[in-house]
Design a binder for this molecule. Structure first.
Ligand code: CO
Length: 256
């Protein structure tokens, strides 16, 4: 597989990597005269390419910012919690041009927020009550295999129990969805409805409800986005909450 990686030829780390990759041609013409150049090299699809990729990552980061890793080792202060799909095509830091340390993250199949999912609840609690993130983003994506599977009547084994959550989303919006004759269009709409419902689920958790009641100076804001794997763009849905005013009283808590 042919891959391109930015590489700094002038730093010791860059030279070391170039030394290891010495058998591969280094382009001389048509590249920026600055320290950065790009090399193409063939690497097998084995796990080794991940480790080599890591060495390149370290060399690049150290060159861009020599204090980068030292700073991160002190601790994290992310402003965002990202609840996304596990899909390999939706890496949240790459699609938002953010660095390590900026986004606290939990991902699962079809970006679901299930109030019995201890992993999700723990992440949400830590993000809201300890990291005190400003924004909670539920980001779904078009062409989501989980949503597609949930729309079908096929068995998928254990996964069917997880996807049941999406079937419930379909049931809630079945009139609008059934009226869409184009299957792809219907699937895109279900992706959007699924994000909207998961945003509601975030807002309905005791964690966010309590935060909105308790922390008048710090109200986490919950957003719903959809990423389009076909063009790399993020679309904001019209779901954006920072108060429980729009939610039924039944979800509220009071210590009185
Ligand atoms: Co997905």
């Amino acid at each position: 597989m042919l891959k391109s990686f930015p590489l700094d030829q002038e730093t010791p780390a860059g030279k070391a990597i170039m030394g290891r990759l010495g058998k591969f041609p280094i382009p001389q013409k048509g590249f920026p005269p600055a320290y950065k150049t790009y090399i193409d090299f063939n690497m097998s699809d084995s796990y080794e390419r991940l480790l080599e990729g890591n060495r390149i990552f370290v060399a690049r980061k150290n060159h861009e910012d020599p204090t980068f890793f030292q700073r991160l080792s002190v601790g994290q202060q992310p402003k965002y919690l990202w609840i996304g799909c596990s899909d390999s095509r939706v890496p949240n830091d790459q699609i938002t041009s953010t660095n390590p340390g900026e986004i606290f993250t939990t991902r699962n199949i079809a970006n679901l927020v299930d109030h019995t999912d201890m992993s999700m609840l723990s992440v949400l609690d830590y993000a809201v009550n300890h990291l005190k993130v400003d924004h909670i983003i539920v980001c779904g994506h078009y062409s989501c295999g989980g949503v597609r599977a949930a729309m079908s009547n096929q068995h998928h084994g254990l996964l069917d129990n997880w996807l049941r959550n999406i079937k419930d989303v379909y049931r809630l919006h079945h009139e609008e969805l059934d009226a869409i004759t184009d299957v792809d269009e219907r699937e895109r709409k279900l992706v959007e409805f699924n994000v909207t419902e998961q945003v509601f689920n975030v807002c309905k958790t005791s964690i966010v409800q309590q935060a909105w009641v308790d922390n008048k100076s710090h109200l986490p804001r919950v957003h719903g986005w959809v990423y389009d794997v076909a063009n790399g763009e993020i679309k904001r849905l019209h779901v954006d909450y920072q108060t429980d005013a729009e939610f039924h009283d039944i979800f509220r808590f009071s210590d009185k």
